[in-house]
Design a protein around this ligand. Structure first.
Ligand code: UDP
Ligand code: MG
Length: 330
């Protein structure tokens, strides 16, 4: 048995922040984060993953963080999506522990010291859980509740309900997650999947400091399907049972019809019952085929084995305060 001593958790923290068109949130993020990091008494780095921003996100980072040596921007070659951006960030994180946090301050960075304490005490994964979603619409709240209920029934690795992406993870979890070859990256599930010592921290979720969410309802729906299909094959298998049930009911109805016809003779042709059977069965077959397609499509993507993300360049911030252009190392 390996015992992790407290001193081996001495700490070098990587803060991983995905950004997509966030020119307005960078300054407020840093003005709140700065004091928190300074008080942590650990060495730290910030890794911004620019997920194909088309606004002034990169120049603003260079300007706001001018003079900092421990800030890097991993600029992806285009928008790959937040999940992929997080994998990119974890790939470049050098710390013994990493914090994943959104730039919009919906999750309070003030929890970092407590998270680090828990990590020092031996937890490998410390995850933020939203105790309230006052900032979300009623529909978003209801759909999130439904998602976790369905997901946790179907998945082998249930997640804490209302889990956020805000978390602190030990280096070994980072390495496991980065090494997972899958292209469909449901980060929450991937971080919870390795197991080890996991814990949650509750907090009420705030509204975005600036700008709007990058997630439309359609994007959220696809995200939910990605999550479900990545961690459960129940949606694929359940059709066997649905089919069996309908088959049994069908046989019972057939027996009833045969008996009834032999006793009372041929009835008036049953247009309505035939239509109902055709429509219901047709619908069920299409849905099951669609579900099959969801998995097949994802298998196709996995099989092609394209990289999860492509890096355009890594910009290391220069230590010279007057140099705001950044130094390209890639
Ligand atoms: N983000 C990203 N790529 C995307 C969408 C979002 O890197 O394709 C980043 C975004 O800049 C932010 C974080 O992911 O730092 C969370 O995004 P957002 O606040 O829009 O999501 P929500 O909080 O509404 O789920
Ligand atoms: Mg947000």
């Amino acid at each position: 048995m390996t015992v992790v001593s407290e001193s081996s958790r001495g700490a070098f923290l990587s803060v991983v922040v995905p950004v997509l068109n966030e020119e307005d949130t960078i300054e407020p993020f840093w003005s709140r984060m700065r004091a928190i990091l300074a008080n942590l008494e650990v060495a730290w780095e910030i890794i911004f993953v620019d997920d194909g921003s088309t606004d002034r996100t990169i120049p603003v980072i260079l300007q706001v963080f001018a003079g900092q040596t421990n800030v890097r921007i991993v600029k992806l070659s285009r928008n790959f999506g937040k999940e992929e951006a997080l994998t990119a960030g974890l790939t470049y994180a050098a710390g013994q522990v990493a914090c994943i946090i959104d730039i919009d301050l919906q999750d309070p960075p003030e929890l970092l010291p407590e998270m680090i304490e828990r990590w020092r005490a031996g937890d490998d994964v410390v995850v933020g859980v939203r105790s309230s979603r006052a900032s979300d619409t009623r529909f978003k709240k209801a759909s999130a509740t439904a998602f976790y209920a369905v997901y946790n029934r179907m998945s082998d690795v249930p997640l804490p309900a209302n889990m956020s992406d805000f978390c602190l993870i030990d280096r070994r979890i980072m390495e496991f997650v980065v090494a997972l070859p899958e292209r469909s990256r449901f980060t929450k599930g991937l971080l919870w999947w390795p197991g080890f010592s996991r814990t949650v921290i509750q907090y009420p979720r705030a509204s975005r400091i600036e700008g709007d969410s990058k997630y439309s309802y359609l994007k959220l729906w696809n995200y939910a399907i990605d999550g479900l299909t990545s961690f459960s094959s129940v949606p694929l298998r359940m059709w066997t049972y649905v089919g069996l049930l309908i088959g049994v009911v069908g046989i019972m109805y057939a027996v009833y019809l045969v008996v009834r016809t032999s006793i009372f003779g041929v009835d008036v042709p049953g247009y309505a019952s035939i239509m109902i059977a055709v429509l219901i069965l047709g619908g069920i077959q299409l849905v099951s085929l669609g579900m099959f397609g969801e998995y097949l499509g994802r298998m196709f993507v996995e099989l092609k084995g394209r990289p999860i993300f492509l890096v355009d360049k890594v910009i290391e911030l220069s230590s010279r305060p007057d140099d705001t252009t950044g130094r390209q190392t890639w």
